[in-house]
Design a protein around this ligand. Structure first.
Ligand code: BGC
Length: 370
């Protein structure tokens, strides 16, 4: 299997844990070459230093998106551009309209954090026809040739860190298994959700197979464990149902949660059921979750510093403005189903009680101690 075939496209679209294992077994990290030159085709002759730059963000499903809005507005203005930053809380149709409107306004670069990575084909074709460069931000855009770059954290690695934290946390509490766990994934329309899950399962599946881990409900397939719309109420409801059906007298040792908003919903469900809080993972270093980790409730989160990702994206835009090719770290691995998208990937950092105080996303650590 070729690397390009096996990586993100497979990661995004594969539905079996076996595929996830095949991916991890093939040694994906060897494909990353920091500082390697881009093979992107977008850079031509640059554009006006005060051009319109569109940023299409999804719904406010986690703090990182809200932070990104402010950072893009500030950073793009400071770089001299005219920023058009939009949220699409109304859903896919609203995001499609926003991107069309950015094209109409003559945006030279359109940065897209897609709600549904498969539903922007028409709008991105129009963007391309208008001469705009398209950067997928945080979430890869799928099945279109009209995406030039991808700026993100290494999402597979996020999942690997989550799976590892779940195991470490449970071992620290109870040195020997078997451990009873449940699995949660993000929203299936977000291309990242499958990647996080595959990363985590690359660590967890061998332990399920050897009996160290027992998924009591038996729900281990991605489509059985997804959380539509990344909505905490959906995760809470599912956890309520799982507890009622499977954890009468059985101890729940751990829960794989793909992000912080869902982790807190899972913890709420467990508390309301009067159960001891299991090891619960997360992602995003949200203020409430860092507080929860410091209190000893949520076990872990992942710091994906939004400040850095926005800064990196603006650096790409500045290069394009000058007519240069942006630097990317991985020019071979992110096949979106139609093309390999040159990617600039930042490393995610695991956060537990040990380093929680240092891992904050906001402007001041005081937020976490209030
Ligand atoms: C992001 C996560 C976030 C989730 C829900 C994902 O695409 O990568 O950081 O928690 O969306 O907003």
């Amino acid at each position: 299997m070729k690397r390009v075939q096996m990586r993100t496209f497979a990661k995004v679209l594969a539905v079996s844990a076996a595929a996830a294992l095949a991916l991890s077994a093939c040694g994906r990290s060897s494909t990353t070459t920091p500082g390697a030159a881009s093979t992107g085709s977008a850079a031509k002759s640059g554009f006006a230093a005060n051009a319109v730059i569109g940023v299409a963000l999804p719904q406010k499903t986690s703090e990182n998106w809200v932070l990104a809005e402010g950072l893009f507005n500030k950073g793009l203005a400071a770089a001299g551009f005219s920023a058009d930053v939009q949220f699409a809380n109304g859903g896919v149709g609203e995001q499609q309209n926003q991107i069309s409107s950015m094209v109409t306004k003559g945006a030279k670069v359109i940065v897209v954090g897609a709600i549904d990575g498969k539903q922007l084909g028409t709008q991105l074709q129009a963007a391309k026809d208008s001469g705009a460069t398209v950067i997928a931000y945080d979430r890869l855009v799928l099945n279109t040739a009209n995406v030039d770059y991808y700026a993100a954290f290494d999402n597979f690695k996020v999942g690997v860190l989550q799976g590892t934290a779940l195991l470490d946390g449970m071992k620290a509490k109870k040195p020997n298994g078997p451990y009873n766990i449940e699995l949660f994934a993000g929203s299936p329309d977000d291309a990242n959700a499958q990647v996080f899950f595959n990363g985590a399962m690359s660590v967890l599946q061998p332990k399920i197979t050897d009996g160290t881990l027992k998924v009591t409900s038996g729900q281990t397939a991605f489509n059985q464990v997804v959380t539509q719309g990344w909505k905490p109420e959906n995760a809470q409801k599912r956890m309520d149902t799982l507890i009622a059906a499977h954890y009468g007298s059985t101890t729940l040792d751990g829960v794989l949660s793909p992000n912080d908003t869902l982790a807190r919903a899972i913890i709420t469900s467990v508390k309301q059921a009067g159960k001891a809080i299991p090891i619960v993972t997360g992602q995003d270093s949200e203020v409430e979750s860092v507080k929860s980790i410091m209190k000893g409730e949520q076990y872990s989160t992942i710091n994906k510093d939004t400040t850095k990702l926005v800064a990196e994206t603006i650096k790409m835009i500045e290069a394009l403005q000058k007519g240069d090719k942006p630097t990317v770290t991985d020019a071979t691995s992110y096949n979106n189903g139609t093309k390999v998208v040159p990617a600039d990937l930042l490393p995610p950092v695991i956060v537990t009680k040990d380093n929680a105080a240092a891992a904050y996303q906001g402007t001041s650590l005081e937020q976490y101690t209030k």
